[in-house]
Design a protein around this ligand. Structure first.
Ligand SMILES: [Zn+2]
Length: 422
C-alpha cells in the first residue's frame, strides 16, 4: 500500500514509468507498479517531470508593478531608482502578501523551488524580515532560498556592507552582489573580492548579479572566476545575467570562458527580463543582451534559465511559468536543434536544481516526492505549448490540480475539439 500512485506517465528521458509515493518520498519508479494506493493519478500519455526550479528571482519586489509608478524608460537603472522609492514606503505585511500571492501562482505552475535575491540596502531590513517569515510559511510546499543582495552597491551605498552582514546573520542563505553598479570598475572588482571572502568565511554559496550591462568592458565575471579559485569556492558560485558577455570581443571571451569553466562557476541568464532591458541605448543593429549560452554549455559550464522578475519595477509581465522563460531563452539563444530544445526544458528543472544545490531532487527512489504532470507528450512539446499543469505534487501532497482544457470548435465538418499536441 502506498499513498499516491502516478500511473502511466512519460518521464523527461522518454521512459514510461509509474511513480509510487509514501509520506514525502518517492518509494518506487518502475513500469506497471501493482501496489494498492490511497490515490491513483492517471498520467497516461502525459509528461511527468520533477518540479520547475527558478534560480533567480526577486520575491521582495514581485507583484508591485505600477507602485508608485511605472518604469517609463524601461531601463535597469530607472527600475533600481523606482524600487528605491517603493522599498521605503512599503510594509513587511504588504511584501509578504504580494509574495504569497506569487507563491500561489508558482505552485499552480509546478514551480516548487525558488532562489530569491533580497535587497539588503535598507537600514530597517524590512525586506529581509518579510522574506524570512515567508520562507517559513511556504516551507511545507515550496523551497525558498534567500540571497543577501546589496541592490544599491556594497560600497556605493554607505550602509550596504554592514546591512548585508546583518542580513546574513539573520539567516539568509547565499551571498549576493552587484559589481557593475558600484561607482567604478575598481570598486566593482573590490566588492567581488570582499563578498567572496565573506562567503568563504561563512561557508556560504555566492550568487552575484554580474555584468548586467551592454558595456563590453564590464568584466567582473573575470574577477569572480579568479576569486572563486583563490577562496576555494569552486562549485558554489553562480554568475547571474552576464549580459556584457554578449557585447565582448570574441578573443577575450575565448580566454574568459576557460577561466569560468576552471572555477566551476554556474551561469544564470534571465532571458525574459534581459531581452526587455538590454540594448536600450542602441539604435540598429540592436543588441539582444543575452549571455553566450551555447558557448558556455559547450565547455561544460552549467547554465540555467532564471525568471528574475514578475510584475515589478523592472518587468511588467510574467506568469510564474518557467516554460515561458525557457521558450524565450530558446529563441534568443537560437537553440533550435532537437537536443537543444530538450535541453531548455532540462535547464529549468534538473540544471537549475543542481545550480542552487537542491537536495533530494528528481524522479528516483528515495528522492522527495515532488513532481508535475503536464498536458504534453515530452519536454520539447512542453516548451512549445507551455501547457496546463494537470497535477502538482509537493513533498508527497497534491497541491494543485487543473482540468485538461481543450477548445471546443463550432466549425461544420471540423472536429468538435482541438487538442494542440502534435
Ligand atoms: Zn535579478
Amino acid at each position: 500500500m502506498v499513498d499516491i500512485l502516478v500511473k502511466g506517465g512519460t518521464l523527461p528521458d522518454g521512459t514510461q514509468a509509474d511513480i509510487a509515493i509514501t509520506g514525502d518520498r518517492i518509494v518506487d519508479v518502475a513500469p506497471g507498479i501493482a501496489a494498492k494506493a490511497g490515490e491513483v493519478i492517471d498520467a497516461t500519455g502525459d509528461l511527468v517531470s520533477p518540479p520547475f526550479v527558478d534560480p533567480h528571482f526577486h520575491m521582495d519586489a514581485t507583484l508591485s508593478y505600477g507602485i508608485p509608478r511605472i518604469n517609463a524608460s524601461g531601463t535597469l537603472l530607472e527600475g533600481i531608482a523606482l524600487w528605491g522609492e517603493l522599498k521605503h514606503e512599503t510594509t513587511i505585511d504588504a511584501m509578504i502578501d504580494r509574495a504569497l500571492r506569487y507563491c500561489d501562482w508558482a505552485v499552480s505552475m509546478g514551480l516548487l523551488a525558488i532562489r530569491s535575491h533580497v535587497d539588503t540596502c535598507d537600514d530597517s531590513l524590512k525586506g529581509v524580515q518579510a522574506m524570512l517569515q515567508l520562507r517559513e510559511t511556504v516551507k511545507p510546499y515550496l523551497d525558498l532560498q534567500l540571497v543577501a543582495f546589496p541592490q544599491d552597491g556594497l560600497y556605493r551605498d554607505p550602509t550596504a556592507r554592514e546591512n548585508t552582514l546583518r542580513a546574513l546573520d539573520m539567516g539568509l542563505d547565499v551571498v549576493g552582489g552587484i559589481p557593475h553598479f558600484e561607482r567604478t570598475m575598481a570598486d566593482g572588482a573590490a566588492s567581488v573580492r570582499d563578498l567572496c571572502e565573506i562567503a568563504a568565511d561563512r561557508g556560504l554559496p555566492v550568487d552575484m548579479h554580474c555584468d548586467e550591462s551592454d558595456d563590453p568592458m564590464s568584466r567582473h565575471i573575470e574577477t569572480l572566476a579568479a576569486e572563486t579559485v583563490r577562496c576555494g569556492l569552486q562549485g558554489r558560485v553562480a554568475g547571474s545575467h552576464l549580459t556584457s558577455m554578449h557585447s565582448m570581443d570574441n578573443y577575450y571571451v575565448s580566454k574568459l570562458l576557460a577561466l569560468v569553466a576552471e572555477a566551476g562557476i554556474s551561469a544564470i541568464p534571465n532571458p525574459l527580463i534581459n531581452i526587455m532591458l538590454q540594448g536600450r541605448h542602441d539604435t540598429y543593429p540592436k543588441r539582444r543582451g543575452l549571455t553566450r549560452v551555447r558557448e558556455m554549455q559547450a565547455l561544460g559550464i552549467p547554465v540555467g534559465w532564471g525568471q528574475d522578475c514578475v510584475r515589478d519595477p523592472w518587468y511588467s509581465l510574467g506568469t510564474a511559468d518557467m516554460l515561458d522563460v525557457a521558450f524565450m531563452g530558446l529563441h534568443v539563444a537560437q537553440m533550435s536543434a532537437p537536443e537543444e530544445m530538450a535541453r531548455c526544458f532540462e535547464m529549468v528543472t534538473e540544471t537549475n536544481a543542481a545550480i542552487i544545490g537542491l537536495p533530494d531532487y528528481g524522479l528516483r527512489k528515495g528522492a522527495l516526492a515532488s513532481l508535475v504532470v503536464l498536458d504534453a507528450a515530452d519536454p520539447i512539446e512542453a516548451v512549445r505549448l507551455r501547457p496546463d499543469r494537470l497535477c502538482v505534487i509537493s513533498k508527497g501532497r497534491v497541491v494543485s490540480r487543473k482540468a485538461r482544457n481543450d477548445a471546443a470548435l463550432t466549425l461544420p465538418g471540423r472536429p468538435a475539439t482541438v487538442h494542440r499536441r502534435h
